[in-house]
Structure formats: structure tokens, C-alpha cells
Design a protein around this ligand. Structure first.
Ligand SMILES: [Zn+2]
Length: 330
């Protein structure tokens, strides 16, 4: 065989370079694991990669975010990553998106075949999960903390999604019951990012496992981590927790498909009362209700004759959730 860039991987009998060439991967977060995932995919000759990160590079990123150098400090991560990756493999179509992931256009979303969630916040991962369900494309998620890491591959409406497990903590649920004003004040104070302990060995391992899941998905080989795979770097052990898709998952469960949910309300109920229930049922953070193109105020009164359906927006939903209202009989 002629020696070329891909000749070593082409020695693998199951390898299909054309399948890679035809695939577009959306990398959400180009930090530690994101750098590793993007590098592996670009080296292996993926067709297209979309790098999403609105953050700028900081000195404290340089211990693990392999794509960045000291002179990049202050520049946008997606932008720098694109240019560095292009020098690794000019065959790959690389798009940098240096804005918040919530601003990704529908056109860009629709070009995606697989999502790599390399995010470091819980809310961000939940948003990514809802995007995967919305566009019905597989997502590989990875996380890490000091010497520990985890990965999970989500096949929408087939394997367990992020919300199939009780992900909303009891504290958050209790918080949702507090008066709205109080809670919003508190949330504002919590916005500052918490620095998590992280090292490059762990991001290489977790990012490596994630990239491998993506390649397996593309090639259709091996078995995927549909469960939650936990890695403990201190004992070098892998633990798999079984995850089951649940019937009553607020996002992917039966009758709760993201795009269209039935929702029970009382005649004359106030929007602020519905918002509290939405938080509890869907685990939303700061939901807002839209009716006929207008955001409803807290004191708006819901009446059966007027309101048949509503749209809900929230930071963990990748697109508005449509609620078909059903009224309790008085
Ligand atoms: Zn689910």
C-alpha cells in the first residue's frame, strides 16, 4: 500500500476513511478534553469539525489544554484551536465558533452528525443533552475532576439521556420552591466560575476515550459506553454504572418528547405558579413562558378559552419546549 497520512490506520480491517471524511462533529468546549478530542479527530481525518467556545485562553489553562501556547493567552479558544489544528491536517474542514453555544444557528446544528460534549458545567451539559435529543444525533459526554473522570455515550431516544437519571439535586429542587425573587438574587451570586482541579493526564485519558467512542460510532464497530463509565486514575480502575432510559424522563420519556409535551394546568392559574412546576418537573433553571410571541409576566392569568399551548425557554433547553395545555377539571 502506498504510504500516506492515513496508511497506518487503513491497516485496521474495520477502518473506513470515507465514513470519517463524511462526518461532521460538533465539539462543545475546546478546553482540556475538547483539545484532545479535536486533535484526535483532526489527525484521523474527520471531514468537518465545529469548535465551539466563547472563552479566552488563560495562563491557568496551559497545564492541560494541549492546543494552546503561552502567546495565545487572551485570545479566543475556538479561534486559536482552529488555526493550530489546520496545521496538523489541512484536509479537515474546521469551523471556529467563538460565541456561546446557545447562539449556534440551526443551519450549523443541522450539519452535525455527532456531538462531543467537553463542557465543564452541569447546566452546559444539560443544554448539550437537549440539543442531542432535538437533532436526534448521538452525543459523547466526558467529565473530569482531579484523578477521576467519566464518559457516557447518549443515543437519543434509545439509550439513557442525561435527564433519565435524577440529575436535579434535592437542594436545587428545594431552591425552586423559594420565592422567585430570592432565588434569582442567589443565582446571580453563583455565576462566577468555580475552578476545578484538573491535569492533562486525565484529560488525555478521558478525551482519548471520548474520541474512540466517536470513531467507533462512525465506523459502527465495537460496543459503546451507553452506561456511565467512571475512571479512577489512582487505582486505575473502571466502574460501569448501569443507566436505563426511563419512561418518565422529562425530556426523552414517553409523552414527554422535547418538541411537544402535554402539561396540566388549572383554569385561572398564574404564570408564576406554572413556572415553579416547570422547574420541578423539567429541572429547569430560569424558565420563561412565551405565548403568541410575547413573554408572559409572572402575574399573567392562564385561561382555557385563550391559551391552548405555550412555549418555554430556559438555559438548559437548546430550543423552545412546546407545551400543549390540558386543564384540570374544576
Ligand atoms: Zn431521558
Amino acid at each position: 500500500m502506498k504510504d500516506n497520512r492515513y496508511s497506518r490506520q487503513l491497516l485496521i480491517p474495520e477502518w473506513n476513511q470515507d465514513a470519517l471524511k463524511k462526518t461532521c462533529v460538533l465539539v462543545l468546549g475546546v478546553g482540556a478534553t475538547g483539545s484532545v478530542v479535536a486533535t484526535n479527530l483532526v489527525l484521523s481525518g474527520i471531514g468537518k469539525i465545529i469548535l465551539v467556545d466563547y472563552d479566552t485562553i488563560e495562563v491557568s489553562n496551559l497545564n492541560r489544554q494541549l492546543l494552546f501556547r503561552e502567546e495565545d493567552v487572551g485570545k479566543n479558544k475556538a479561534y486559536v484551536a482552529k488555526h493550530r489544528l489546520e496545521s496538523l491536517n489541512p484536509d479537515v474542514d474546521i469551523i471556529d465558533f467563538g460565541e456561546k453555544m446557545q447562539n449556534i444557528s440551526d443551519e450549523l446544528k443541522n450539519s452535525v452528525d455527532i456531538i462531543a460534549s467537553c463542557l465543564d458545567t452541569f447546566e452546559g451539559r444539560r443544554w448539550a443533552n437537549s440539543l442531542a435529543l432535538n437533532i436526534r444525533k448521538p452525543m459523547v459526554n466526558g467529565g473530569m475532576f482531579a484523578f477521576m473522570g467519566d464518559i457516557q455515550t447518549i443515543l437519543p431516544y434509545d439509550s439513557a439521556c442525561f435527564e433519565c437519571q435524577p440529575l436535579v439535586s434535592q437542594e436545587k429542587l428545594a431552591q425552586a420552591c423559594s420565592p422567585l425573587g430570592e432565588e434569582r438574587k442567589e443565582e446571580k451570586n453563583n455565576i462566577e466560575k468555580i475552578a476545578l482541579p484538573s491535569i492533562s493526564t486525565l484529560s488525555s485519558i478521558i478525551g482519548g476515550l471520548m474520541s474512540q467512542e466517536i470513531i467507533k460510532l462512525i465506523l459502527g464497530v465495537g460496543s459503546l459506553v451507553k452506561n456511565y463509565l467512571f475512571y479512577d486514575g489512582l487505582s486505575n480502575s473502571f466502574t460501569e454504572l448501569e443507566l436505563k432510559r426511563t419512561k418518565d424522563c422529562p425530556l426523552c420519556g414517553e409523552g414527554n418528547k422535547l418538541e411537544n409535551s402535554n402539561f396540566m394546568v388549572y383554569e385561572g392559574e398564574l404564570v408564576k405558579e406554572i413556572l415553579i412546576r416547570l422547574k420541578l418537573i423539567f429541572g429547569l433553571i430560569k424558565p420563561e413562558i412565551i405565548f403568541e410571541g410575547t413573554m408572559l409576566k409572572d402575574n399573567y392569568v392562564i385561561k382555557e378559552k385563550i391559551v391552548k399551548n405555550l412555549f418555554v425557554i430556559d438555559e438548559v433547553l437548546s430550543s423552545p419546549l412546546k407545551l400543549n395545555l390540558e386543564y384540570f377539571e374544576n
